[in-house]
Design a protein around this ligand. Structure first.
Ligand code: MG
Length: 398
């Protein structure tokens, strides 16, 4: 399913004060907008990201908003949130079937929350992240007098992401009145008569509205323990006549191929070792020994995906992978993009987070004489488990 993400960053954040638009304020060295955009670019479920920004930002684009492989588009926002979202909606890819909308001012959204909101909307048409109220909720009047006490179990505080099928969102946006301001898209979908489903949100997915919120978010990212791990992988296979040449899952037309127990895909093997190494979970030889007949002629892409599943079960997910293929011949570049797509799929990350580049060895050693191909890979992992006090599957109908 083709999923488009819209980052609503068109506002100026008047409640925040200062002359810099709120979404450009820095949080731990990156702006709120950059953090939000990168969260969606990283999401394996999202195919493109359309960002609505104020005109002055569009006129002088920061580096992180420059297009990366065509998955990122920046457009001018509108006066109100719904105008920005409407402008972005008009700019999405015609293949889009589902649209997930996110506030630029919620920079700490997790990958898990993006994924479960998209999944719920895909099956139910409309879904929003929300937190069940934990405080008792009073309805008050303009003079701060209590009018009534609401039933707490029925109160949910809406967050973003909010995701909709294209048809539901189109209808919802068409109902946006020029006179009033919708604070989110779900209210428009409700108005259009659509059932909106709630997905368990996250307290850390806070909306940064004031300087106090920003200070709190700074404390949140500070107290997060170091949760990054790096791993390296290396592999070499001999090139022989009469074998197919498979690299990064791509069958490359070439007179010779790599010899090995499996399909000898050295790119997959090096990446697998880098990922396993970062997680401290051994190596490819231990997981898939060549003494085991089960792996004879195995598709190494399947082995890589299995290793990723093991790493994920241990609470890690891949952030990015960088690969160097040392081959005198054939040239790697014409196949790098396809390798990248396949490897990214196995790693469950966006192709933008995978880099594959070729090098020759200048005629030196076995790789230089064309008798072997060697591959180096580096992988970065981060902890991927959702907060343990927010169980999944706690979705409730609105
Ligand atoms: Mg190997």
């Amino acid at each position: 399913m083709f999923v488009s993400a819209i980052i609503a960053g068109g506002g100026r954040g008047l409640r925040f004060g200062g002359d810099v638009p709120k979404q450009l304020r820095s949080l731990g060295g990156r702006s709120l907008l950059q953090r939000s955009v990168e969260a969606f670019l990283r999401s394996p479920t999202v195919h493109e990201v359309v960002v609505a920004v104020p005109a002055e930002v569009l006129a002088a684009l920061p580096g992180y908003l420059e297009s990366t492989g065509g998955r990122l588009r920046v457009i001018a926002g509108g006066q109100r949130r719904q105008d920005s979202v409407s402008n972005a909606f008009r700019a999405i890819d015609p293949r889009a079937e589902l649209v997930v909308i996110h506030d630029a001012a919620r920079p700490l959204v997790s990958q898990a929350l993006i994924a479960r909101t998209v999944e719920k909307a895909a099956s139910h048409g409309a879904a929003i992240a929300a937190l069940p109220a934990t405080d008792t909720v009073k309805r008050g009047d303009a003079d701060w007098r209590v009018v009534e006490t609401l039933v707490r179990s029925e109160v949910f505080l809406a967050q973003t992401p909010q995701a909709f099928t294209v048809s539901v969102l189109r209808e919802a946006l068409s109902l946006a009145s020029p006179s009033d301001e919708a604070t989110d898209e779900a209210v428009l979908a409700e108005r259009a008569g659509h059932r909106v489903w709630l997905v368990q949100g996250e307290p850390t997915n806070m909306k940064i509205t004031t300087s106090d919120d920003l200070a709190m978010a700074e404390r949140l990212i500070e107290v997060r323990p170091a949760r990054m791990r790096v791993g390296t992988g290396y592999d070499l296979h001999r090139l022989v006549d009469g074998r197919p040449l498979i690299l990064g899952g791509v069958a490359i037309p070439f007179a010779r191929g790599l010899v090995g127990h499996s399909d000898a895909d050295a790119v997959c093997h090096a990446v697998t070792d880098a990922v396993l190494g970062a997680a401290g979970l051994g190596d490819i030889g231990r997981l898939f020994p060549d003494s085991d007949e089960a792996w004879r002629g195995a598709d190494s892409m399947v082995l890589l995906a299995r290793a990723v599943a093991i790493v994920r079960r241990a609470g890690w997910r891949v952030v990015n992978v960088d690969v160097v293929v040392i081959a005198e011949r054939p040239k790697v570049a014409p196949y790098a993009e396809r390798m990248r797509t396949g490897v990214a799929r196995a790693l469950e990350i966006a192709p933008a987070c995978v880099s594959i580049k070729g090098k020759t060895n200048e005629g030196v050693d076995a790789t230089g004489t064309g008798d072997a191909i060697a591959v180096h890979a580096v992988a970065l992992l981060e902890t991927g488990a959702p907060p343990s006090d927010y169980p999944l599957g706690a979705d409730r109908e609105l």
